[in-house]
Write a protein that binds this ligand. Structure first.
Ligand code: 4AZ
Length: 263
């Protein structure tokens, strides 16, 4: 999301400058990087993933994803909700296309933001929305606090969203999905240093990059075995080699989410 991108801008600029300097030595001046598709996977539908929600402003502009976990409860990222008031947010279910008009639009009765949240790179990046209108779509199950073994390195995870299909690119009109392997915590620490908070985050992506979440995918699900196990949170750019996507580690927040689901 935008706050995060700002937070990461200095590091990103440094990386870009170093990369440009290196490229200048080996490539012609006209060489440009190939576009790196994020959810490099494939288009899909909300029929296939009925719990996949668009989070929009009151004008219908999608800015984050969310996961329906009960008829009136949606899990998303705290960083998606900072500065938002419930009256200005809508949740849209059953709508595969950003420019669609079908499905169910609900107002938001309550926004709960993890009170420990400050910035995505400090962890705690989870929020739960209580809807005004029940969604008739099948909710997703989510991990319990004890299911920490789901994050074993190399496990296949699924990402979903309408976010940009390249770094600084345009959003996808149709919902997209891809699979990415869970990255070992030690490896993610090597990528991100102290910004990687192992208790609160899990990384997923290929060492070579190429498939990832990107701007606008935030708040959406990381599914492992079809169960919600992570929330799209942040990363250095999108689909860059050596910089996997970072997801909220939902086992850590499962009991907090359950308290909100039952409230
Ligand atoms: C974002 O700004 C964002 N590559 C989401 C995911 C990732 C980076 C940025 C991970 O919403």
């Amino acid at each position: 999301m935008f706050g995060l991108r700002r937070a990461r801008q200095t590091a990103a600029t440094l990386v870009a400058t170093a990369a440009a300097a290196a490229t200048a030595l080996v490539a012609s001046p006209t060489a440009t990087a190939a576009p790196q598709p994020i959810v490099g996977g494939t288009t899909t539908t909300t029929t296939a993933y009925p719990f996949m929600m668009q989070i929009t402003d009151a004008s219908g502009n999608q800015f984050c994803g969310g996961t329906l976990v009960a008829a009136k409860k949606v899990v998303t990222a705290a960083h998606c909700m900072v500065g938002e008031s419930a009256g200005n947010v809508r949740v849209v279910g059953g709508r595969t296309y950003l420019n669609g008009t079908n499905g169910t639009v609900s107002k938001v009765a309550k926004i709960w933001i993890n009170p420990d949240y400050t910035d995505a790179t400090n962890g705690h990046d989870v929020a739960v929305l209580t809807l005004s209108t029940a969604m008739s779509y099948t909710p997703a199950s989510y991990v319990s606090s004890s299911q920490t073994s789901v994050y074993a390195a190399g496990t296949t995870a699924r990402i979903l969203g309408w976010g940009t299909t390249s770094e600084n690119g345009s959003s996808s009109n149709q919902l997209r999905t891809a699979t990415v392997p869970v990255v070992a915590d030690s490896s993610c620490k090597s990528s991100y240093g102290s910004d990687f908070v192992q208790t609160d985050m899990v990384c997923a992506g290929y060492t070579s990059g190429g498939t990832d979440t990107c701007q606008g995918d935030s708040g959406g699900p990381l599914l492992i075995g079809g169960v919600l196990a992570g929330i799209t949170s942040w990363g250095e750019g999108c689909a860059e080699a050596g910089y996997p996507g970072v997801y909220s580690r939902l086992t850590t927040f499962s009991d907090l989410v359950t308290a909100q689901v039952n409230s």
